[in-house]
Design a protein around this ligand. Structure first.
Ligand code: SAM
Ligand code: SF4
Length: 371
């Protein structure tokens, strides 16, 4: 895996268990062995804290055509070697195991930039043919959507989240290091025209860069019928540039919006959704704030993550991974792969630990995990 690119220690497959990468083994267990002796015999992706993962986030590639400053350095990263990336058949097999054996009901394709993966439409079409058919969405930077949106919808994609942090072309170029603001604006319109609705917009605010634009972003989204979500910046950038003191908090975001709009808590149950929703000026329009750092929602998390190189992560901030690629490539039957996946999720920690003094940022950056 990314053991090469990311410098994580890699432990070989233990008999009857998956290969995992880990910073330290569970107490009393050999390195790399998930501690599943106390797991009840249940088909779904349950964990020790009463949660069940039904939402699978799939990173289709770690590559990207933008260079957002909060995500990766200007020169990009050491991309995963092609041989380590799951091919379409391998990926569809894991998706099928997830849906048919493990109770996955929702898929979100992400990356890196998922639209850079060749054949993404055929992966979506393959997943759409599964029974029960999963709900499918994608998080994208929007480049190329004007050409691709209709094909994505025809393949079976249900919804799109498009990332847009600014209404100012110059600020977009500064933030993403590429002059592509107009492509994203046009991509959003193409997504709506193709029926990939509700179109959601993800925005990260950076102090001194675009933090004065919260109201402008919301006004734009309200005018176009897009659902805006602000995401607190998280310590997941490859260059380790995150600083708590610099981060724009959920509270600050709400203060900015409150200067122009009247926000009231949305009454529908939040479930496992990361965004805390607010009605805007009495509704029905809403705005969301994903306060991952200052308002963590780990207790209701229903997500499991698959990286482009076939590693299961139970959390964005996990420091261990379970290697399903090695199982796929050594001819292991579906049910054994499913059992390895169950073991990985049983080990999910109760929280991400960002606010613990001993917090360590994971070696794998957001663009390689799949946000
Ligand atoms: N490239 C696609 C995109 O940008 O939409 C998909 C992958 S990107 C990693 C997914 C989401 O993560 C984007 O909305 C992006 O803004 C967000 N993101 C990236 N780095 C982040 C960070 N350090 N903190 C919070 N959100 C981040
Ligand atoms: Fe690329 Fe998305 Fe990261 Fe921006 S946030 S650099 S678009 S992966």
């Amino acid at each position: 895996m990314a053991g090469i690119a990311l410098g994580l220690p890699t432990f070989g497959a233990a008999p009857g268990g998956p290969a995992t990468t880990a910073c330290s083994p569970a107490p009393g267990l050999p390195a790399g062995m998930p501690h599943t002796a106390d797991r009840p015999d249940a088909p779904g992706l349950i964990d020790r804290y009463g949660r069940t993962a039904t939402d699978l986030r799939i990173s289709l590639t770690d590559r990207c055509n933008l260079r957002c400053t909060y995500c990766m350095p200007a020169e990009g990263l050491d991309w995963l070697p092609g041989t380590e990336v799951l091919d379409d058949a391998e990926l569809l097999r894991l998706i099928t195991i997830g849906v048919e054996h493990l109770g996955i009901t929702e898929l979100r394709f992400t990356g890196g930039e998922p639209l850079l993966r060749k054949g993404v439409e055929s992966i979506i079409a393959g997943a759409a043919a599964l029974s029960p058919r999963p709900q499918m969405s994608m998080t994208t930077n929007g480049l190329g959507l004007t050409r691709r949106a209709e094909g994505l919808a025809a393949a079976g994609l249900d919804r799109l989240n498009v990332s847009l942090d600014t209404m100012t072309p110059d600020t977009f170029t500064r933030l993403t290091r590429r002059p592509r603001h107009a492509d994203v604006i046009n991509g959003l319109a193409a997504a709506a025209a193709a029926g990939l609705t509700p179109v959601k917009v993800n925005a990260v605010l950076m102090r001194g860069v675009n933090d004065h634009e919260a109201v402008d972003l919301l006004t734009f989204c309200l005018e176009h019928g897009y659902e805006l979500r602000f995401i607190e910046q998280m310590p997941l950038d490859a260059q380790h540039g995150w600083a708590r003191s610099e981060m724009i908090t959920a509270e600050e975001i709400l203060e900015h919006l409150g200067a122009r709009y009247r926000l009231s808590p949305h009454t529908a149950p939040r479930g496992g959704a990361p965004a805390e929703l607010f009605d805007v000026d009495g509704g029905p329009a809403t705005v969301g704030v994903i306060g991952s750092v200052t308002r963590p929602f780990c207790g209701d998390c229903d997500r499991t993550r698959l990286t482009a190189d076939g590693q299961i992560r139970s959390c964005l901030f996990a420091t261990t991974e379970t290697d399903l690629r090695v199982l796929l490539r050594t001819g292991v039957p579906d049910e054994e792969i499913a059992q390895a996946w169950r073991g990985a999720m049983w080990e999910k920690l109760p929280g991400h630990g960002i606010n613990d003094p001993a917090f360590l940022q994971p070696d794998r950056p957001m663009s390689s995990i799949g946000g």
